[in-house]
Design a protein around this ligand. Sequence first.
Ligand code: AMP
Ligand code: GLY
Length: 391
Amino acid sequence: MKVLVIGNGGREHALRWRLEKSPSVTQIFRADADYVQFVEKSGIDLTVVGPEAPLVAGVVDQFRARGLAIVGPTAENAALEGSKIHSKRFMERIGIPTARFRTVSSATEAQTALAEFRYPMVLKTDGLAAGKGVVIAQNRAEAEEAIATLPFPMVMEEFLEGEEVSFIVLCDGKRAVPLEPSQDHKRVFDNDQGPNTGGMGAFSDSRIITEAQQQHIMDRIINPVIAATQFTGFLYAGLMMTADGPSVLEFNVRLGDPETQPLMMRLESDWGEVLMAAARGSLNCDSLEWSPEPATCIVMASGGYPGHFETGKQITGIENVKDAVVFEAATKHESSHLLTNGGRVLGVTAKGLDLKTSIDKAYAAVSQIHFEGMHYRRDIGERGLRRWFER
Ligand code: AMP
Ligand code: GLY
């Protein structure tokens, strides 16, 4: 079958890379606009959507109206990610565990509501903000500053403590199949310092959660959402594993970036076949096939990211990388040179016998690559290692 992947970041490169190895897939296409026209003209059998923007804009509804097979949620369900207020109210209504919250629509209302929270507390803008609309206020002064700078309406909520887990499932409207668990690293600097980014690295290891925890998450969080929404596509629950159990920080309606990079390295099922089944509403398995080996992705970013950065820097050394895959997230090819073309440039990803080996292999590959101003975290996966060690 012919498959179109919408989107052009690292997540989409990893999706295409896995689809290329899929026996059921003969040809893979990419497109960034006029999808319906492209699909009808090129005879595409299946479309997979990477980023949230086309989903929120209703690409799935458009495809379905024409009888075209696509993996993703309707615009209505995409609002689970598109609006934090909608998402929090939905969770409250159907009883999904999430941080206690309050929605406010003006600075005066927000000031008054502060009395209901202890510090640290969390303030979140309502709409899509690429990970940058969340402030964790350590004290009243920081909360006041967030109230003065973030746009309204916003959600104010209690701060939760624990390990964060990216729990992603593939849904066909009736049932959900979990992908392996993964962990992102959202802050720009080592030891989770500095501002939030889209994600500076991720690893996937089956030991991130136990089988009992996975079952609990399916029963208490995922299955109630599917039942209430007939969700189709990827549902990503950003979880905080608190002392009282898993609590939902956010829902995304797509695969995570960079979580997809290590996940695709570990996946062994025929991805084209699985995705087609999801698009047709006929997923008929409870689990997918995975390599038991963990995988780790290190993001190499442009100097200055997530703030101001320059593009067009030449990338060298990728040809020397062994035993790892370099997923290109923001690059352009210009007269036989590879140049940087965005903030998160490369996702260098490796699989290994254990988590430590996968981390070491990924960093060995990173050390071969160079571009002016590049920076990356040196501690991707270390929290995982510490936890396995403590157990
Ligand atoms: P969100 O976009 O809601 O996932 O928030 C971005 C990041 O802020 C999350 O990945 C967490 O690291 C952090 N965060 C959000 N909400 C909370 C919360 N209630 N308690 C602790 N950390 C939070
Ligand atoms: N890695 C976080 C996200 O994709 O939202």
